[in-house]
Design a protein around this ligand. Structure first.
Ligand SMILES: [Zn+2]
Length: 350
């Protein structure tokens, strides 16, 4: 789904400066050498998200040359401009925002001082999300900044994490050229969101045949007589309990597949499966599955192309050859070629 708001970090500098200034005023931050640092010692529960104490973080931490920090774990809210880098004006001189401050600023501006759910990859727990908490809670004085953190496992290709820097990347666009959106959804929901997910063509193909099985059930029109022997409420409970268990989607999906199997069996027995089918539609909708037939490219456009061919034929009958040719040429531009044969006109798509 498209987001309601699409903020850009570069357009949120004023809010970032406001938060940084507020933190300086409250003693949670200090300027040094044109930069501004967050003072980790000013927050008694710093490290609560990643369950680390400042003492344990100290091991191995050091202050880099050129950094004028009070404590090695203090992190930059604002970085003094370096030659050749983009920079903005600030009360502490020209510079640019630190990595974490943009998230606190945008979240405060668009979602308020406290939010229910914050998502992100597991690799962002420390330092990024830890520091978002520090900035936001110290600025607003309200705890918690976030009620629920949902950290997802990394998407892997083979044994390695997929990443831009490693170059082992498969984009969602490339995947959607070969598989339906529902197959991708089933693949992702097939394991718990906190577990790592391994991408392969085989798992995607397996997900595709799963999607196809569900599509067939979605296409069933109930017309049986005696009511089906399916415990619909038990399925609803099973699905709900799985989802209430920190979104255990793989369990929820297996309930949906079992329900689908029951529906098929009862339909074959000539029973009325309308109640079970209604639950099936509801549950697959919760999982975001569309269960639409895959677009084959030709099927969607076919009736409209046929309509244009019939119109062109009629135009030729009334000797409107120019208009008839226009239809043919415009279709060719769209990649549809017409071929006139004695028995009529056929078409093919590039
Ligand atoms: Zn962030």
């Amino acid at each position: 789904m498209k987001p309601d708001i699409t903020p850009y970090a570069t357009e949120e500098i004023p809010k970032m400066l406001e938060v940084i200034a507020g933190l300086v005023n409250k003693g949670h931050a200090y300027p040094a050498g044109g930069s501004v640092y967050f003072r980790v010692n000013s927050m008694s529960d710093y490290g609560k998200l990643s369950h680390r104490s400042l003492d344990s973080m100290m091991a191995g931490a050091r202050i880099e040359p050129g950094e004028e920090k009070e404590h090695p774990m203090d992190f930059a809210l604002w970085k003094a401009a370096k030659p050749g880098e983009p920079s903005w004006d600030s009360p502490w001189g020209k510079g640019r925002p630190g990595w974490h401050i943009e998230c606190s600023a945008m979240s405060l501006r668009y979602l308020g001082e406290q939010i229910d759910i914050h998502g992100g990859g597991q690799d962002l727990i420390f330092p990024h999300h830890e520091n978002e908490i520090a900035q936001s809670e110290c600025f607003t004085g309200k705890k918690p900044f976030v009620k629920y953190w949902m950290h997802n496992g990394m998407l892997q290709l083979g044994n390695e994490k997929m990443s831009k820097s490693l170059g082992n990347l498969v984009t969602i666009r490339q995947v959607l050229e070969r598989h339906t959106g529902d197959a991708v959804r089933l693949f992702i929901l097939g394991s718990h969101y906190r577990s790592p997910l391994t991408y392969s063509e085989e798992t995607l193909s397996a997900a595709e045949s799963g999607a196809e099985r569900l599509r067939q059930v979605a296409g069933i029109i109930p017309n049986g007589q005696a009511s089906a022997a399916i415990d619909v409420e038990a399925y609803r409970t099973r699905f709900q309990e799985a989802m209430d268990d920190d979104f255990n989607t793989s369990q929820a999906i297996s309930a949906v597949f079992d329900l689908a199997r029951d529906i098929n069996r009862e339909r074959d027995a000539g029973h009325d499966i309308s109640t079970a089918k209604a639950l099936f539609t509801e549950l697959t909708g919760i999982l975001g599955l569309t269960l639409k037939a895959p677009e084959s490219g030709t099927t969607d456009a076919a009736p409209f192309i046929e309509l244009l061919i019939a119109t062109r034929k009629n135009l030729r009958l009334v000797k409107q050859f120019q208009l008839a040719d226009e239809i043919r040429n415009k279709l060719a531009e769209l990649g549809v070629t017409l071929e006139d044969m004695p028995q009529g006109t056929s078409w093919k798509k590039k």
